[in-house]
Structures are given as C-alpha cells and as structure tokens.
Design a binder for this molecule. Structure first.
Ligand code: HXC
Length: 510
C-alpha cells in the first residue's frame, strides 16, 4: 500500500466509525426525536474541542452471531473536550449501535475515561441512552457495569460527575447515574427504572406506563432521583454547561470566580416588606434569595421535589455559593424526610467541592405524625445535622423568621459549626412557638391566664434578642443589607482552614 492508500484506508475506517449504527438507524433515532451520541457531544462541548478516544474499539463477543457484527466504537462515544474553556471528560451511549447496550469492551472504554478524569482532576459527563446490558455478552457486560460503578464511587467527592438520561436507562444500569452528583432528564424522552412496566405488572399486578413509572416528571417530583427536568435534549446539554460554571473541576480547586457585574453594596429595599406582619402568613423565600444574589440569578436544583426546602447555586460578589433555604410558602417550610434528604445531599456536595454554603432559615420545626416517624424522620433529619456539622466550607446563616427547636439547631446554628449567623429583627428563636409552649407549661391554666402567658412568651422569645445576648447570633441586620453583609462574611471566611479528625470515613445516618 502506498502512503496515500494507507491514509485513505484510515479515513474510510474513521468515517465508518463516525456513522455509528449506520444511516438507517441514525434516521430512526432522529425520527424518535433524539439526537445521536456524537451530535449530543458536539452540542455539549465548546466547538471543535472534542477528542475521541477508542473510536475503533470492537467487541470481543462471538456468541449469537456477534463475531460477524463488529461496529467500530462498539456503541460508546467517549473522550475529552472543553466547556467554557475548561477540560471535561464525556462518554455517550450510542443508541444506533445495538440499542446503546453495554458490552465488556464498551465498559472498558468508559472506565478508561473515568480513570483519566480522576487522574487529571476534571468532571465526567455521562450521556445515557441505552437498552442496558448487552444480552449476548452475559456476565462480561454486567461485570462491565460493576467496574463503572466502582469508578463512580471512587471518584465521588473528587471530581464532579454529571449524568444526563436522554433515552432508556433500565435495570442495574440506573445505578451509575444514581452514584453521580447530578442527574438530568428530558420530559417524555427519558426513562429510568429498575424493572419496566411488564415486570411490574407480572410481579405486583400494577398497571403503569413507562412515563408514570420512571419518566422525568416522576423522578423529579416524586422519587427525587433526578435533579433537573428539561424540555428538550438541547436544554439539557446547555443546563449541564451552566451547572459546571458554578463548580470547580475537582476537590482541590475553588469554583471559578466570575467578574461581578452587580453592585456588591446594593441595598435591596424590596426585602424590607417581604416578611409579613403576621408571623403565620407564608411568603416565598425566593423573594429573598433572588434579590440578594448577583444579578438576581438563582440556579435552582431539584425545584420540583420537597418544595419545603429550596437548594441551588448562585453567586455573591462573583463567588459561587450553595444556597439552602426553608420555604415558608410550601408546608410552612417544615422539615420532613424528603426535605432532609434533599438538603443533606446538597450540603455534602458543596462541602466536597469547596463551595461556601449560605442558609436562609424560617422553619417551624420537623413535621409531626406517624407517617414521618414510621418512615424514619429521626434517621433522615439527623442527616442534616451531620451534613452541616461535618462541612468545613464557610457556612453562613440568615434567620429571617422562625427558628424553633431541633429545626433551629439543624439549620446551621452557631453550635453546629456555623461561621457567621445573621438574623433579621423579625426572627423568633425559641424551643417552640408561643401557643405550643404555653399549652405545655400552663396546661391547667384558664384561657385568660394562657393568653397572658402567650403574650409574655412572645415578648421574651419571639425575637432574636435573647439569642443575640448570648452570642448565638453574631449580628442582627436589616433585610435590605443582606447582600452586602453576606458578601463581606464570605470575604471574611474565604481563607477558612478547618479539618475534621482523620478517619476512614464517618458513619452518616442513611
Ligand atoms: C442486546 C438489545 C438490547 C439488549 C435492545 N437491543 N436492548 N440488544 N441487548 N439489552 C437491540 C434491539 O434488539 C434492537 O436491535 C436495537 O437494540 C434497538 O432496540 P429496539 O427494541 O428496536 O428499540 P426500541 O423499540 O426503541 O426499544 C428500546 C428498549 C428495548 C426500550 C431499550 O429495546 C428494550 O426494552 N430492551 C431491553 C432492555 C432490557 O431489559 N435491558 C436489560 C436491563 S437489565 P436491532 O438490531 O433490531 O436494531 C440490565 C442489567 C444491568 O441492564 C446490570 C448492571 C448491574
């Protein structure tokens, strides 16, 4: 062969690999409203930055006629590229090749990318669209999953790991996304379940379609498995880019600072009227978060699940922060099992990746009742204590109104390790609300005596001054000054250096 012929041979092979499962299957993928693996990667990454690895890898299976059916790349498109000029690793299941199913060699490709990402300290993004384990390969395929899960676990807390579900994701395959930090799903186009509708019907006699069983809405609002619900694949890919802008590339770095185009001293008069005169009236905590953060922009995580707590990313003075906030507009902001899980996982993510945590607190307590107790509110609520207490990033709390009892403690109180605690003059910091307290202390009193005791209790405890007198509050501030106060507190704590005692790992209540 001449040199020119060798180049031509390579180009033909490369072209074949780029075609995935071939024209017909690509057309079917488009007709079903999906992009191909390579189209997705092209859209996700900065233009022209993708370097594909293992493009010519073929499977080693010889059973069921597979020895004659080699497709270069074997259904996984993987490599590295850039997002906003920063290195990322990516792997995408190619549904046009054997339904995106995982072979032993496909798994090796993914593991290679995961190992590179871990060694070089950059995020990994997985674009899932797969029929699961390739049946023809038997144990080789399922063992491949095991090695992917192992890498997911080892990389947890070292590099950000992000999963998008853009088609089917069934069976044990769901556990790789579940082990990553954030999951994105697309309405009506993506599904996750351990067993599909047919198995459900056979085992439990339940009739359910795949959308209700494991669609994007189900997992974003009911199960809490997914963090972001998107309308389209394009929106998903753009949202992944945006999420990464708030995150460092690994646990040894800080999140990238952005030039702050908003006035850091901006006093926000609208905040002076957000808290209603009536302490039992709800208000939307986002009406405090948004005016406070840079450019009023809050990137909410899990907006549809456990709405009684709000979590997400924002910037203050250009610095990335994680926000955790009780939501008085939903179930009065009470803490329940789902809210506890949602908040704890988010707090731990921020702590893994050096992102300061800002907490807005207005919480009447934990949700009472048999359902919560029997499902383990004690165990789940303890997670928030644990997550805040072990977090060594800067932790700042703003108590806007109610801070009662155990809920006061868990929402980043001073003794749990908060660095700076602010409170509005409207704060109520006590063991419980006035009526509940008087009913316990003066059970046998007349209604008049009780009313008098309620007034006395409110005067003593329905304010932040007792806490401020004892140093449990560092500063009482007016709501309009929140932004500048927070930015100054973040600057004050930016070199915070704190570490917990060395240990293999803690034993967090799960
Ligand atoms: C091999 C598979 C396959 C599989 C699909 N295909 N799933 N090949 N192993 N698991 C092939 C089909 O034969 C077909 O090949 C092509 O992929 C596209 O599939 P279609 O069925 O035509 O597509 P569609 O109608 O869109 O349905 C997609 C699907 C369905 C919902 C994913 O194929 C399906 O239900 N597949 C089985 C899913 C499953 O049960 N997987 C195992 C999960 S358990 P041709 O050549 O005809 O185009 C698991 C264990 C993991 O994964 C354990 C980890 C610990």
């Amino acid at each position: 062969m001449t040199t020119a012929e060798q180049y031509k041979k390579f180009e033909e092979l490369d072209k074949l690999a780029s075609q995935g499962g071939g024209v017909e299957r690509v057309e079917r993928q488009h007709a079903n409203g999906h992009m191909t693996a390579r189209e997705r990667i092209d859209m996700l990454l900065d233009k022209g930055t993708f370097n594909e690895i293992d493009k010519l890898v073929i499977h080693q299976c010889t059973d069921f006629g597979m020895d004659k059916n080699h497709i270069p790349g074997d259904g996984i498109v993987c490599g590295y590229g850039k997002i906003d000029g920063r290195l990322v690793y990516v792997y995408a299941y190619d549904f046009t090749v054997y339904g995106g199913t995982l072979s032993a060699t496909g798994a090796k490709k993914i593991v290679k990318v995961q190992e590179l990402a871990l060694k070089n300290g950059a995020p990994v993004i997985a674009l899932n669209d797969s029929g699961g384990a390739r049946i023809q390969e038997g144990v080789g395929s399922i063992s491949g999953y095991a090695s992917i899960f192992y890498q997911n676990t080892i990389a947890s807390g070292v590099i950000p790991q992000i999963s998008a579900i853009l088609g089917p994701c069934a069976g044990g395959a769901c556990y790789s996304p579940a082990l990553t930090d954030f999951i994105f799903m697309v309405k009506e186009k993506s599904h996750m379940f351990i067993t599909g509708p047919d198995v459900v019907k056979a085992v439990t006699h339940e009739e359910v379609d795949k959308e209700e069983l494991g669609g994007a809405y189900t997992h974003s609002s009911k199960s809490g498995v997914t963090h972001f619900l998107c309308d389209t694949e394009e929106e998903t890919l753009m949202s992944i880019r945006e999420l990464l802008s708030f995150l460092p590339s690994n646990n040894m770095e800080d999140a990238p600072m952005q030039t702050c185009t908003d006035d850091i001293r901006r006093a926000e008069e609208s905040l002076m009227t957000v808290i209603p005169d009536d302490p039992n009236m709800p208000y939307d905590i986002k009406n405090i978060i948004e005016p406070v953060v840079d450019n009023h922009y809050f990137f909410e995580v899990m907006p549809h699940f456990a709405k009684n707590i709000v979590v997400g990313f924002a910037r203050l003075g250009g610095r990335s922060v994680g926000i955790v906030a009780n939501q008085p507009a939903y179930l009065a902001g009470v803490l329940d099992i789902n809210a506890s899980d949602k908040a704890s996982r988010f707090i731990r993510f921020c702590d893994c990746f050096n992102i300061p945590i800002v907490t807005f607190e207005d919480v009447p307590g934990f949700l009472p009742g048999c359902t919560q107790e029997h499902n383990g509110i004690i165990r789940h609520g303890a997670k928030i204590v644990y997550a805040y207490a072990e977090a060594t990033v800067p932790k700042i709390t703003v108590i806007t109104r109610k801070a009662y009892g155990g809920a006061y403690i868990v929402m980043n109180s001073k003794p749990i390790g908060s660095d700076v605690n602010f409170s509005y003059p409207t704060a109520e910091i006590a063991v419980m609300g006035a009526d509940g307290a008087v009913n316990i202390l003066y059970r046998k009193a007349t209604p008049e005596e009780k009313a008098k005791a309620v007034e006395e209790y409110k005067e003593k405890f329905s304010n932040p001054y007792r806490a401020a007198e004892q140093g449990y509050i560092d500063e009482i501030i007016l709501p309009k000054d929140t932004r500048y106060k927070l930015i100054q507190a973040l600057e004050m704590t930016q070199n915070k250096s704190q570490s917990n005692p060395p240990k293999k790992h803690g034993n967090m209540p799960l």
